[in-house]
Design a protein around this ligand. Sequence first.
Ligand code: SAM
Length: 456
Amino acid sequence: MCFVTVRLEGNEKSKIDGLGQIQAIVCRQEMGSDGTYKESMRYLKPCTEHTFRGNYRKAKSGTMSLFITESKAVRFTCGVSPSLVWKLLEDVNSNTVNIGVAASLVGLTTPEFQQVLSPGTSKQQRKAFCSKTARLVSTGKECRGRIRKPKLASQELARLERLKTDCRGLNEIVLDSAWLRMNAGTVALGDADPLANIVSGGKISVGQGGGRHHYAEKKKRPQVKTMIKLVQEVVQSGQTIIDVGGGRGDLGIALAKTFPGHQVLVYEPNRPSCDQGRARATDLGFSNIAFKCEPLEALARKLGNPQYGVERQDGRRPLLVSLHACGGLSDAILEVCGTFKLTFCLCTCCFASFPQLRPKEVCSREDYLFLSRIAETNELVDGAQYCATRIINSLRVKAYLGSNWSVRLYRFPKEWSGRNFVIQGRCRNEGKCAVEMARPLKKSKLLEPANATPKK
Ligand SMILES: C[S@@+](CC[C@H](N)C(=O)[O-])C[C@H]1O[C@@H](n2cnc3c(N)ncnc32)[C@H](O)[C@@H]1O
């Protein structure tokens, strides 16, 4: 049995259209033998659109069910990951999926898709294709990948100016070399250096050459050091530090090393990353760090439940951190911090990923698409990328935090990253953590009970 949101077609449309979620029951043995069903189900993931056809029934309890007899993947949508596009490539290669179907899923023509599958194409080029295609699908623009336009059109600049008015009043600190020398430069990571966390062939190895090494040394390491410095500014004695979306623990492990008197919890729903991080922390002999293979949603539920001691620290608030929280994950983290009044240091990342995690729209959809496209574009002059990034982050702060917050935006130097900002927030209204928070939680998807099952 599987629960999906469906767009219905056919005769039943008039009866069901507009009802939103229904229970969709997949009866494998009833599926057509042409493989369409199997093909479609491979891509049943968030950020893909499917159509299903089947027999509709409404139970006495009011539950609506669709007994699916046909299904079809229609297209990949905004927020789709490069890894899903990679899977598509592999499936075409192994003849599991027809090339025409695959091309239409990502909005390309068959020859365009064919090109990347030619024997002369290297693995690197295929990976680049996947990233570009996923970005094209997400931003919905005719240019693939990052837009190389040197300047924005005058209309776009005017639109940016109009949106800028929404981000007045936030303190911003540009992290330059002087700040870094005086602050982050003094953080010693030792064996907790992210450079030691590069994976090669499934094993963690130290000092591999190539792009990942360069990235870890020149970008990730200074970002981790900066995050530690910013955490140092706000952390209270003995406070639990929770790293959300902590991946393989680049930040979490460095925090555990720097703050031995604090418990660090890394929440990372991706099992392999979580296992690797845990193994590394064990190898290093750190006892003040734990990895939980759980998403932010699980943490939010625990924060609202008095039975969880470590997450709630017996009534004291933990500190939330996150490094490179992609798209909607940043929004969701801010929502949780706003709701539970948690001090946080959040390093935002891209803008189109995980749209399903975004608790609400921070501006109109058109404005968001416009801003996120510019914020994702590296080559723009006149600081437009920076400006769009700042606007989105300011809108987020405004949307998710109340008035009682002291918030700072830290902007990384361009050589580390053009779009990563750190938002550091401290709720001025200190006191006991908990469910007795300022704002109601009812509507938040993040706080649905963990064991919620769809009603039958
Ligand atoms: C860009 S990675 C950053 C990883 C790590 N912080 C780092 O800097 O190396 C974003 C991470 O967020 C995780 N993630 C995705 N959805 C999440 C969720 N709902 N809750 C928590 N983490 C999530 C992903 O698995 C991924 O590891």
